[in-house]
Design a protein around this ligand. Structure first.
Ligand SMILES: Cc1cc2nc3c(=O)[nH]c(=O)nc-3n(C[C@H](O)[C@H](O)[C@H](O)COP(=O)(O)O)c2cc1C
Length: 202
């Protein structure tokens, strides 16, 4: 059975463009899986692209952490979904996952991931976590490992404040983002194929 899976990555990134790099890596990970359509949408454009989001099998969301929570621009996107998407439960049973990016290792980024997960639950979506062990927590490990900032709810990338998006976040975080994109796509495919099989049995 061949099912095309549609993955939409909706994100905000400020002038630095660091979170754009994370979003692109998530999309690249999703695109590694054959039979996948992947689209990147900026949060600011989303209200004119509801049709694309409404037709997605999986929506992966992300934004920089600003002042301990998701950026205001991403929050504006979240609030804009209350009119139709939330009221009509248009995204119910879609797959959801998330990422954030901040200047610090901790930086209260967990709060942003919890915000995204709560938002997905409000829409009755199925949240997919990162699915990786904590990275860089042994004397023999180093910075160049998956999940180096050690989060579980989603990707938490870290971009040094004095570095441009040419080098930050580092490759380890972009590989972690790719991992999430691929993982979410696989879950979305399992659900889609499974639902098709169950529908045939009715
Ligand atoms: C207004 C503002 C608030 C910020 N607050 C945090 C924060 O709470 N935690 C953190 O880790 N980084 C914080 N940062 C750093 C950004 O998250 C970081 O520079 C990130 O790479 C920006 O991504 P962008 O280039 O996609 O906008 C803040 C930056 C700004 C501009």
């Amino acid at each position: 059975m061949s099912e095309t899976v549609r993955v939409v990555v909706v994100y905000h990134s400020g002038r630095g463009g660091h979170t754009t790099k994370v979003a692109e890596a998530v999309a690249a990970g999703a695109a590694k899986e054959p039979g996948t359509e992947v689209l990147l949408i900026r949060a600011e454009e989303a209200p004119s692209r509801w049709d694309v989001l409404d037709s997605a099998d999986a929506i992966i969301m992300g934004a920089p952490t600003y002042m301990g929570s998701l950026s205001a621009q991403f929050k504006a996107f979240m609030d804009a979904t209350s009119h139709l998407q939330y009221a009509e439960k248009r995204w119910a049973n879609k797959v959801a996952a998330g990422f954030t990016n901040g200047g610090s290792r901790g930086g209260d980024k967990q709060n942003s991931l919890i915000q995204l997960m709560t938002f997905a639950a409000q829409h009755h979506m199925h949240w997919v976590n990162l699915g990786l062990p904590y990275g860089n927590n042994r004397s023999f490990t180093n910075e160049d490992v998956l999940n180096r900032d050690a989060y579980t709810l989603g990707v938490s990338a870290q971009s040094n404040l004095d570095q441009s998006s040419d080098v930050a976040p580092p490759p380890a975080d972009l590989r972690t983002a790719e991992f999430l994109g691929q993982r979410v796509t696989n879950v979305a495919r399992e659900l889609k194929v499974g639902r098709a099989v169950l529908a045939q049995r009715k």
